[in-house]
Design a protein around this ligand. Structure first.
Ligand code: SF4
Length: 700
């Protein structure tokens, strides 16, 4: 029985704050400060502080459930696993391997994400695997890969932020989503630097800014182009840098010059003087950064939008230089690692491409299979969910709750219900697990060892601190047992360190190379930044590549070592307001809840702080509608209707309403959202859709 304090990391967001866990004699686990982790230095938000409450058997699953006569009833592990393997096998037999789907999550450890991708391709033989990280930062990943040849959320540690001259933070409310990170931005301002926040809402983060730009939702692309236009017009480009370190400038420049400041003001609502002030603040210091989050990324033009912000960095020489660069603030706990090791539809471990013959040969070699036996790329997350019950007849889902978190959620729920068979492995009986034919209770962060990769690209060891309740098994155990039942007896170990050893070999030589990492090293060094290749025997660095905290300082990861400008132009959102739906809806998070709320809605303190959904309305809009604070209002889009109390605030634009998306039921924001996909990243347009608001009467 473990009893001393175990240093580990928070289960929730990609900041992966360090914390100590101590099992208490009377039961339960105490979360305490861990000052030695440089990212949070002991600070935790309310979600992290209360995370251990979800370990309690009172709020989580402890017994497998199987559906009998329409109801979920308790069952033993052998019966539940037999049923899953039997039904998956039968569906494959009847419809072929691509009738089997697998859906993963950005909260799964690297080991689980790796094993899940291998399970889909080697055991099931299906191409139909993707994960909820597609909803989170795939547009930034696509744009980063296009421009720099490599996607790592932040190409520098967060500790560089206070030492730069200016940060433009685009569509991130980090004061609520990852509060301990705010201190880096506070220190930036204390050091004389400036913070520009781009957000349609005056969020808690925007309140900290020296300049807040509030564009209309869906117009961040035009905003970035307008800034670049002014950079050129005011002679603020870095010509030597452009010449030496980039390609494609002329086309990108021409595209930006078509976006006159006055035109951009009309599109975005951001005034020309504000645009000029932003350019001055960004260009005057020696170094500056642009950081994006879900605001610009969750759009049907998210890849181009992020590309436009990257162009701004490149034109001003602010990428691949000390204290300068573009970065994406990844959201989910292992959102970064989750997109590197093979649970994405088009990807093999080590951030390799599934359609690259050399990558297939390498990974198939590690897996001991014929490269030709590996399926090709499959559908993206929303497209996979949309195909349930038609092309895809059975689904294995781990660590995700799409009934609450997917766009057009009522349709996704209906698709899940139409499956021949649904198996869910989760910690709690989520809204999605409630629809399953079999539910498996699995271990969570404090009960298992594994690695995650933070938003900085820092690979971390999360250690087991406490034994799981009897009857709860790990996801790795589930995959091992299912593989065995489906005829693959070897290759799915249950020991995470053994899985990591194989992941290291599979990633060796790939863009996200983990081959130089070991659990021992991660524990000793408090995390290591990838790429970290294994040094060959006899080489000067044998025994330890130092890892790569800062990328691109000498060259970018493209073939010629130069960053690539991408010529982009403004275009409208997939759905613009009209007479029937005259307003824009944008969605986001609140500080006390996390993603679909499956875990945080089970913590009393967090529920007291954020008990349910609400609809933010500007006072002018509220007056026009006749809504008072607290009145129930219905928000209606082409996909459905959500009801929640009005919250009247001057912190939002009058043409826009906001809903947080953490709750199921009648207040589910994702009932309304638009699944229009970005053509490159296949990311849905969560951040903008056309709605109308109906006042349902006074509050009771
Ligand atoms: Fe956990 Fe994120 Fe809060 Fe840190 S900021 S304690 S990682 S939820």
């Amino acid at each position: 029985m473990e009893s001393a304090a175990t240093p580990t990391h928070c289960p929730y967001c990609a900041l992966q704050c360090g914390m100590n866990l101590t099992p208490l004699p009377q039961g339960g686990v105490e979360v305490t400060e861990r000052a030695d982790f440089p990212v949070n230095r002991g600070a935790l938000c309310g979600k992290g502080r209360t995370a251990a409450q979800v370990l309690s058997p009172e709020v989580r699953l402890t017994v497998p459930l199987v559906r009998e006569g329409g109801r979920l009833v308790e069952a033993g592990w052998p019966e539940a696993l037999d049923r899953i393997a039997g039904r998956l096998g039968a569906v494959r037999e009847r419809y072929g391997p691509d009738a089997l789907g697998v859906f993963g999550g950005g909260g799964l450890t690297n080991e689980k994400a790796y094993a899940l991708g291998k399970f889909a391709r080697v055991v099931l033989g299906t191409s139909q695997i993707d994960y909820n990280g597609r909803f989170c930062m795939s547009s930034a990943a696509a744009a980063g890969t296009k421009a720099f040849g490599l996607d790592r959320g932040l190409p520098f540690p967060l500790e560089d932020v206070p030492r730069t001259g200016c940060v433009i933070l685009v569509g991130s409310n980090l004061a609520e989503t990852m509060p301990p990170s705010l201190r880096f931005f506070t220190e930036l301002r204390e050091n004389g630097g400036t913070l520009i926040v781009v957000d349609p809402r005056r969020t808690r983060t925007a309140e900290q800014a020296d300049l807040h730009l509030a564009p209309r939702p869906g117009t961040d692309l035009a905003l970035a182009l307008g800034l670049l236009h002014l950079v050129v017009a005011e002679g603020r480009t870095d010509e030597e840098y452009i010449r030496e370190r980039t390609t494609g400038w002329e086309e990108a420049r021409a595209a930006a010059m078509a976006h006159w400041p006055e035109y951009v003001e009309r599109i975005t609502g951001v005034s020309v003087p504000e645009l000029r002030e932003a350019v001055r603040m960004f260009c005057e210091p020696e170094a500056a950064m642009v950081l994006t989050a879900r605001g610009p990324e969750q759009q049907s033009k998210g890849t181009d939008t992020v590309g436009a912000w990257i162009n701004l960095c490149l034109a001003t020489g602010r990428a691949g230089r000390p204290l300068s660069g573009y970065g994406c603030l990844t959201g989910q706990g292992n959102g970064q690692g989750g997109r590197e090791h093979g649970q994405k539809a088009d990807q093999l471990p080590g951030y390799r491409k599934l359609d690259d013959p050399e990558a297939r040969r390498h990974v198939a070699g590690v897996w001991g299979v014929d490269p030709d036996s590996l399926p090709g790329p499959g559908r993206s997350a929303y497209e996979l969910l949309d195909a349930l019950g038609t092309d895809v007849r059975a689904l294995l889902l781990m660590g995700s709750n799409p009934v609450v978190s997917a766009p057009r959620a009522a349709h996704v729920e209906e698709r899940l219900r139409s499956l021949d068979f649904l198996a869910v492995a989760d910690v709690v009986l989520s809204e999605t697990a409630r629809l399953a034919d079999v539910v498996l209770p699995v271990t969570q962060w404090a009960e298992e060892t594994g690695t995650t990769t933070s938003l900085e690209g820092r690979v971390l060891l999360r250690r087991r601190a406490v034994a799981p309740p009897p009857g709860v098994r790990s996801d790795l155990y589930v995959l091992h047992e299912l593989a065995d039942r489906l005829g693959v007896e070897k290759g799915f170990p249950t020991d995470p360190e053994e899985v990591f050893g194989e992941l290291r070999r599979a990633s060796a030589g790939g863009p996200a190379d983990y081959s130089g990492l070991t659990y021992g090293r991660l524990a000793r060094e408090n995390g290591v930044f990838w790429p970290c290749p294994e040094e060959p025997e006899g080489s000067p660095g044998a025994g330890g590549h130092p890892g790569t905290p800062r990328l691109f300082l000498d060259r970018f990861a493209t073939d010629d070592g130069r960053a690539r400008f991408v010529a982009v132009a403004h275009r409208e959102s997939a759905e613009e307001p009209d007479a029937e739906y005259p307003l824009l809806l944008t969605t986001g998070r609140v500080v006390a809840q996390y993603q679909s709320g499956a875990q945080t809605r089970r913590v009393a303190e967090l529920n007291a702080a954020a008990p349910g959904p609400f609809v933010e309305l500007h006072p002018r809009l509220a007056a026009r509608l006749g809504a008072a604070d607290g009145d129930p209002v219905a928000v209606v889009s082409r996909r459905g209707r959500a009801v929640a109390p009005a919250r009247i605030t001057g912190a939002i634009r009058a043409d826009t309403v906001f809903m947080p998306f953490h709750w199921p039921g009648e207040g589910r924001a994702n009932t309304l959202t638009n699944p229009a996909l970005d053509p490159t990243s296949r990311m849905p347009e969560f951040k903008s859709c056309a709605v109308r608001v109906e006042v349902l009467g006074p509050a009771e």
